[in-house]
Design a binder for this molecule. Structure first.
Ligand SMILES: Cc1cc2nc3c(=O)[nH]c(=O)nc-3n(C[C@H](O)[C@H](O)[C@H](O)COP(=O)(O)OP(=O)(O)OC[C@H]3O[C@@H](n4cnc5c(N)ncnc54)[C@H](O)[C@@H]3O)c2cc1C
Ligand SMILES: NC(=O)c1ccc[n+]([C@@H]2O[C@H](COP(=O)([O-])OP(=O)(O)OC[C@H]3O[C@@H](n4cnc5c(N)ncnc54)[C@H](OP(=O)(O)O)[C@@H]3O)[C@@H](O)[C@H]2O)c1
Ligand SMILES: Cc1cc2nc3c(=O)[nH]c(=O)nc-3n(C[C@H](O)[C@H](O)[C@H](O)COP(=O)(O)O)c2cc1C
Length: 579
């Protein structure tokens, strides 16, 4: 049912507030005209605050879906990004739904860090008047599965809030769990559950994660020169005819295919016919070989998988591993091993091929930061992909998606979809300077940023810190970056070639060398600071360097520097796209 617009478009409210007010007025009028009296429509409008902590947009997307569903019922939902949410409001909230992912090694996403710290601190208020529930997003491949959501759930309970619906911990395939949680919380909060119409998403969004666009590859080249130990591919896809649109800062999802040689080796060690029909994850059927190439994860191992496998295997080694239940022993076993190692070294019994695929997980798409601006390359999208290759347990191995793109994509149109990342955007005001720190493949979104700043004739300065092992062979996009410098678009370029001298030099060393100027760009000129690339080491060290610069050149104490950087994040002037 469409909603009437009682609140003028130019009234000083955002879209959600306007929707909520329109609904409130609509209900009021309908109650009056129906003679039911105010609030007599079977339940007053229930205000609900949906707090989202999201790094790459999954949680943000779910929060929007939840708000849309709630707005169709007797709820007035308001979605709040945890990063900009005013903590002082917490004590007043009656109904809170938390949707948060987990990042790094069991850490909160950047936008959730402050609130996560607050609710677990002495400063947090009692929350006896609050009803709440948590949807935790995560990935069972990580040891600290859904840790941030679990910690929010525990903290709110400790503060006296009433959990109206149990927390749901979601793995990468979260749609079903989300739908259950959504219906459950709406019922628990006084609405009535409605069936989820999944077809709505596809119809609304066109090509999407569920329905990827088969994109022709226009260009696929290794950016590293001869002699380099690295392989980083620049890949251009055509989006012609897809209707897909993206903004700089977004990522592209790519559906990989497993290596046929590996799948044939797996099949040669199993007693099943490759042509046998098996069910696909979700729905449908295909031959076993096709299913293993295109639909199932035939690589990654984790504790859950090993426990499952051990039950069907006579392997004494696996039995002792499972019985010991030691996290480190599991991690050590899984690191550098795949399904093929289990099949050959610890065979298991399956009654048929259907039972075998039943233990496998669905093959997942991989995300890549987009390295082109749609305004510089209409109808195209570009990626910068590091190819993963390593040798372990007597085998040469390769990353599923990166080697698919480099080695096995000729003549193939890989399925792609746009993954929006609203937290990683250029400033709206083109006069603001931007500082970009992107070693290795971290340079990807900054190539896009620079192209966009050029096309839009933005006047603000652009400063890039780039690093890689050697200048010779690893200076990605060297010609383009040097041309951007000549054109005056790239105002400053600082390079850290880590292995060109005896001592390692990293991007954060270059930042510290230029600390005074960097501080000036950030504090005096209202600059924006962006980091992209490795999450586990680089992004942490760059963050530490930024704190050091704030103390040294801003004359701030340690806690003042922390506050300054928290504020930068709140103002969305410090954004990270790290993986
Ligand atoms: C938001 C986002 C943006 C991203 N942007 C980019 C980008 O712009 N460019 C880019 O290249 N990547 C990017 N990535 C990473 C990308 O999504 C993939 O994770 C990456 O390409 C590896 O995928 P794969 O399928 O090739 O490898 P997988 O098949 O997933 O294999 C990787 C796994 O192999 C194992 N492994 C790797 N090396 C070793 C080793 N030496 N020994 C033992 N085991 C090992 C590890 O278990 C590792 O997790 C991004 C990720 C995210 C989440
Ligand atoms: N989370 C992940 O799993 C993850 C994340 C990023 C990359 N990778 C993998 O690493 C390979 C290459 O990735 P990439 O091209 O993006 O490059 P990268 O490995 O991130 O390296 C880029 C540059 O960063 C340097 N570096 C290493 N540690 C650093 C630190 N603590 N602070 C700052 N700089 C640091 C490297 O130096 P040295 O190498 O000389 O030390 C190199 O010069 C790929 O196989 C990719 O899949 C994995
Ligand atoms: C670099 C990186 C680290 C992650 N670390 C964890 C983790 O420690 N625990 C976990 O359960 N999930 C982890 N995840 C998975 C995310 O939580 C999951 O993909 C989630 O759907 C992301 O939601 P978001 O896009 O809303 O941030 C990690 C993902 C990435 C890319």
């Amino acid at each position: 049912m469409s909603q009437s617009n009682y609140i003028p478009e130019d009234a000083p409210f955002n879209a959600e507030q306007r929707q909520w007010l329109n609904k409130l007025v609509g209900n009021f009028i309908s109650d009056l005209t129906s003679g039911k009296g105010i609030g007599g429509h079977g339940g007053a409008v229930v205000p609900v605050t949906i707090l989202v902590g999201s790094q790459t947009g999954n949680g943000e997307g779910l929060a929007k879906k939840l708000a849309k569903a709630m707005a169709k019922m007797n709820f007035a939902p308001q979605v709040e990004d945890m990063g900009s949410y005013d903590k002082a409001r917490l004590a007043e909230e009656q109904n809170v739904l938390i949707i948060t992912s987990t990042y790094g090694d069991g850490e909160p996403p950047d936008s959730a860090a402050d609130l996560h710290e607050f609710v677990r601190s002495e400063a947090a208020p009692r929350l006896e008047n609050m009803s709440y529930s948590v949807l935790a997003l995560g990935d069972t491949e990580y040891p600290d599965f859904c840790k941030c959501g679990i910690e929010f759930d525990e903290a709110l309970e400790k503060l006296g809030a009433r959990r109206v619906y149990p927390r749901v911990d979601c793995d990468v395939e979260y749609d079903e769990d989300f739908a259950k949680w959504k219906d459950g919380v709406m019922e628990a909060m006084g609405g009535s559950a409605v069936a989820t119409d999944e077809s709505e998403d596809v119809a609304e969004d066109g090509y999407s994660k569920k329905n990827p666009f088969p994109a022709a590859i226009l260009k696929n080249v290794n950016l590293n020169g001869a002699g380099s130990e690295r392989e980083t591919y620049h890949i251009e896809f055509s989006l012609e005819g897809s209707g897909l649109e993206y903004e700089v800062g977004d990522a592209l999802g790519v559906m990989p295919r497993n290596c046929e040689v590996l799948v044939d080796e797996i099949l040669s060690n199993l007693p099943f016919k490759p042509t046998e029909e098996v069910p696909l994850p979700g729905s449908g059927e295909a031959s076993l070989r096709d299913a293993l190439i295109n639909h199932y994860d035939v690589r990654s191992l984790n504790k859950r998988f090993l426990v499952n496998w051990q039950e069907r295997s006579g392997s004494p080694y696996l039995r002792s591993l499972v019985e010991a239940d030691d996290k480190k022993a599991y991690d050590d076993f899984c690191w550098g091993r795949d399904l093929i190692d289990l099949i050959t070294d610890h065979p298991a019994d399956f009654s048929d091929a259907e039972e075998f695929v039943g233990v496998l997980k669905k093959l997942q798409p991989r995300l890549y930061s987009i390295s082109s601006s749609p305004n510089a390359h209409p109808g195209e999208v570009h990626l910068t992909v590091a190819i993963v290759r390593y040798h372990s347990n007597y085998r040469d191995r390769g990353g599923v998606c990166s080697t698919f793109l480099s080695d096995r994509s000729e003549g193939v149109q890989p399925g792609v979809f746009v993954h929006s990342n609203k937290a990683f955007r250029l400033p709206e005001d083109g006069d603001r300077p931007v500082i970009m720190v992107g070693p290795g493949t971290g340079v990807a979104p900054f190539r896009a940023f620079l192209e966009e700043r050029k096309v839009s004739s933005a006047k603000g300065g652009n400063w890039l810190f780039f690093g890689n092992p050697h200048e010779e062979g690893d200076f990605l996009y060297k010609d383009e970056l040097e041309q951007m410098q000549k054109d005056g678009v790239l105002t400053q370029l600082d390079l850290a070639f880590s292995r060109d001298q005896a001592e390692k030099i990293y991007v954060q060393d270059r930042m510290l060398e230029k600390g005074a100027e960097l501080w000036k760009w950030l504090s005096d000129e209202g600059g924006y600071f962006y980091v992209c690339g490795d999450a586990s080491r680089m992004a942490k060290d760059v963050d530490a360097a930024l704190h050091q610069i704030a103390q040294q050149h801003g004359s701030l104490s340690e806690s003042e520097a922390q506050e300054f950087i928290k504020q930068l994040k709140k103002e969305k002037r410090y954004a990270r796209d790290v993986y």
